[in-house]
Design a protein around this ligand. Structure first.
Ligand code: ARG
Length: 475
């Protein structure tokens, strides 16, 4: 596709006289140059070209099948559009700003090539249902790519989780050491989030995949069209059932951007963790050098640029969601030119999410784990205090009393600058006489992990089983 921005092409349209615009018949003066620039969308919507051609071919075939245009015309249209597709692919297509948008550029070229048959293509159609169709076709293909990207990232996380199904780390609440968990278990939390994200895109796809064509400008058309035929040709699950709604609503695009925002939110949280964990204060992980940069002034620095940018780009995608919601809120039915503003936020959302998913899957493969530091951190924060309370409950003490007893023991250990497991049996018995030698098994990190042995728990056997289930779900 021609990479040059069509804003630079405005001169090349000098050959068009003002009456040649497809709608200029009722105007007394040409559109001002500045207004052309302001209203044209071809610089960005040329990206829809292949879907526009696909939609036009399906429309023409239906017009032919319904005897609305001749089969010779259909043949000429198909051939012409296929040639145009090749021109676009080869970067030989000249996009003209004077022709406003992708639709009029392609239609004009078709008419130049095949004459009157090209002028018959737009029978029973409007750019309003045409653009809505193009966007839906494009978004459907993007949605499918995103679902693949989400699966690949999950597989990458699962590989890392598998390697660390029993690696001990501190689990946090309030960013304070809470209870031991395995690193694999922690990663599986993100696998769950991404799985739901995938389901959200699958679900949004159902509403994306409906055909607007046939709605024409807003009220439908007087030609004996066959919408189901067009829907089937284009792989839509059905038609949009109200013509006014078909041309005007962009809720499917908003829904897509919302689903994208949630993925970015999840990855932003993981990014925040990668940034913390890779800082020397934590030193839990190392991010492969190819995802980091240095500082131009501080020679010692290795900065986690990729996770930082994922966190930053999350704000950008949220911005697109807000833009699209705001774009729709004041529009009376049916189509308004405002809707042309749906494309750039939507395109950028798709681009940002797709590249983020790809880079993230690779980055997770480049994570190395410092098990000793993770373990050390888990053993420093009284992470097994809850286990001691549970132990006392099993010896017959009510939980609230056990909580209080352990709090006193922790306070004592803090004063002594030791861990709970460093206290002698005699010392522990001063807090609760029911404590016996078997308490030390409970106070170890492994004992704590293994005791949480139920579905959703952090026991290594459960983590292993969860990994198997997650892999099965992706197949
Ligand atoms: N470029 C327009 C858009 O993106 C196409 C539809 C224009 N329709 C119209 N009646 N001006 O929305």
């Amino acid at each position: 596709m021609n990479a040059s921005n069509s804003n630079n092409n405005s001169q090349s349209s000098g050959s068009l006289n003002k009456k040649q615009s497809s709608w200029s018949g009722r105007f007394n003066e040409p559109v001002a140059e500045l207004v052309k620039k302001y209203t044209a969308s071809v610089s960005f919507d040329q990206r829809l070209a292949m879907f526009d051609i696909q939609g036009s071919i399906a429309h023409a075939q239906m017009l032919g099948a319904q005897n609305i245009i001749s089969l010779d015309d259909v043949k000429a249209i198909e051939q012409g559009l296929n040639e145009i597709a090749q021109e676009i692919e080869a970067g030989q297509f000249e996009w003209l700003l004077d022709l406003e948008d992708v639709h009029l550029n392609i239609e004009k070229r078709l008419t130049d090539k095949i004459g009157d048959a090209g002028k018959r293509l737009h029978t029973g159609r409007s750019r309003n249902d045409q653009v809505a169709t193009d966007v839906r076709l494009w978004l459907r293909s993007i949605t499918d790519q995103i679902i693949v990207g989400l699966n690949k990232l999950q597989l990458s996380l699962l590989d890392l989780a598998e390697a660390h199904y029993d690696t001990v780390m501190p689990g946090f609440t309030h960013l304070q050491v809470a209870q031991p968990v395995t690193f694999g278990h922690h990663l599986l939390a993100y696998v769950e989030m991404l799985k739901r994200d995938g389901e959200r895109f699958q679900d949004a796809r159902k509403r994306i995949n409906r055909l607007p064509l046939g709605a024409a400008a807003l009220a439908g058309t007087s030609y004996p069209i066959n919408r189901e035929m067009v829907a089937e040709t284009l792989g839509f699950d059905g038609v949009c059932e109200n013509s006014l709604d078909a041309v005007s609503d962009r809720d499917f695009a908003i829904e897509f951007t919302f689903a994208a925002s949630l993925v970015m939110m999840h990855l932003s949280r993981l990014s925040e963790e990668l940034i913390l964990w890779s800082s020397p204060r934590f030193a839990f992980i190392d991010i492969a050098d190819r995802f980091c940069t240095g500082s131009s002034i501080m020679p010692q620095k290795k900065n986690p640029d990729v996770p930082e940018l994922v966190r930053g780009k999350t704000g950008r995608v949220y911005g697109h969601l807000t833009a699209l919601l705001t774009l729709m809120k004041g529009q009376p039915l049916a189509y308004n030119k405002d809707n042309q503003e749906d494309k750039e936020p939507l395109f950028d959302t798709a681009d940002t999410l797709l590249i983020t998913l790809e880079i993230y899957a690779d980055m997770m493969r480049g994570i190395t784990v410092n098990k000793d530091n993770m373990r050390q951190a888990a053993s420093e924060g009284f992470a097994t205090a809850t286990d001691l309370a549970d132990y006392l409950v099993k010896k017959g003490m009510p939980f609230r009393d056990a909580h209080e007893v352990v709090a006193l023991a922790v306070r004592h250990a803090v004063e002594q600058k030791v861990d709970l497991s460093d206290l002698s049996l005699a010392t522990l018995q001063q807090f609760a006489p029911s404590i016996s030698e078997d308490v030390f098994a409970v106070l170890t990190l492994e004992g704590s992990l293994q005791s949480r042995n139920h579905i959703g728990g952090t026991a290594p056997v459960q983590v292993k089983a969860a990994i198997v289930r997650a892999r099965e779900a992706i197949k």
